[in-house]
Design a protein around this ligand. Structure first.
Ligand code: SF4
Length: 316
């Protein structure tokens, strides 16, 4: 039953900034949309273009077909690689089939790829900090023939066995927790003081800015709502910040997953969205809360982002 305005409880909503789409996601979605306009459907995409159910379903409705295996792509199809990047093997397999390929790999993931390739040329042993099974990790590991050592947590960093401690380098997935990764890196650096480090952090600006925005909010609120899909790494890390700060924290795909009981003992609510979640889902969530509560909305100032990544020439 809906609450009447007399009985409605008041919620204070604090909107984190920045939130939602990053430059890499904007570019990846634009590549699919432009390819659909230019070539017509179907357009085949290796993996979900970005990890967001709403985005994926919207593009499917326009004729995008998402596949996990290049074998599912018909001969002569227009093919796109997702923002997470792909391995050399995927490139090799798709080049044999596709009429044309567009690479929507985020330029910041590409930067990690390039570093891994140049480290391999220097015959370094390479440690990749990241989540097993994540497509970005599979893509980055698959850029080179040598085996990459994957480290997911502090325990694994403590117990790591390497061939030559003098000849090591590390790199990271772009969407990890800044704090957890720092702890892992500190362990590696204390075990292997000569380990080669990236010149600038591999965790991308968008992941860092969204995590910092949530960290600035957690001491003001009783509940954190993160809009993002369950398979979105950066969205999960935003939810983790709330949990680590002992506040109720939920990762939701959209307003449909809200349970009104969550708000029983909560008045101050932080809202953010992962880098692959569109702003209209935030608007829908707020409108849904307005139906059930009286709401005060505060936009929290945060780092301004003005990064834009160019589209491939053929799609500009
Ligand atoms: Fe690129 Fe970071 Fe966005 Fe991933 S989250 S697409 S690495 S900018």
């Amino acid at each position: 039953m809906q609450a009447t305005s007399k009985t409605k409880k008041t919620l204070n909503l604090f909107l984190a900034n920045p939130r939602g789409f990053c430059a890499g996601v904007e570019r990846a979605i634009a590549i699919v949309e432009r390819a659909l306009e230019k070539f017509g459907p179907p357009i085949y995409i290796k993996h979900e273009i970005v990890h967001n159910k709403y985005v994926v379903e919207s593009l499917q409705a326009k004729g995008a077909v998402f596949v996990d295996d290049i074998a599912e792509i018909p001969q002569g199809a227009i093919t796109i690689y997702s923002a997470h990047g792909v391995s050399k093997q995927v490139e090799y397999d798709s080049e044999k089939k596709a009429a044309q390929i567009f690479d929507a790999t985020c330029p910041l993931v590409k930067k990690v790829h390039n570093r891994v390739v140049s480290l391999a040329k220097e015959h370094k042993e390479i440690i990749l900090i990241g989540h097993a099974g994540h497509p970005e990790v599979e893509g980055t590991s698959g850029r080179i023939e040598q085996k990459v050592i994957l480290i997911e947590n502090k325990e694994q960093a403590k117990n790591i066995q390497v061939t030559n401690p003098e000849n090591l380098a590390y790199t990271t997935q772009t969407t990890l927790s800044i704090d957890d990764t720092k702890e892992i890196i500190d362990i590696l650096k204390s075990k292997f003081p000569k380990i080669n480090e990236p010149q600038t952090a591999d965790i991308c600006y968008a992941t860092q800015n969204r995590q910092n925005a949530v960290k600035n909010l957690v001491n003001k609120v009783d509940l954190l709502l993160v809009i993002g899909s369950k398979n979105s790494s950066n969205s999960n890390r935003l939810r983790d910040i709330g949990i680590e700060n002992n506040i109720k924290s939920y990762l939701i795909s959209g307003k449909e997953e809200i349970e009104l009981a969550w708000f029983n003992n909560c008045t101050n609510i932080a809202i953010t969205a992962g880098a692959s979640a569109p702003e209209n889902l935030v608007d829908e969530l707020i409108n849904y809360l307005k139906i059930n509560f009286l709401v005060n909305i505060t936009q929290i100032n945060g780092t301004k982002e003005n990064i834009i990544f160019n589209l491939p020439k053929e799609l500009r």
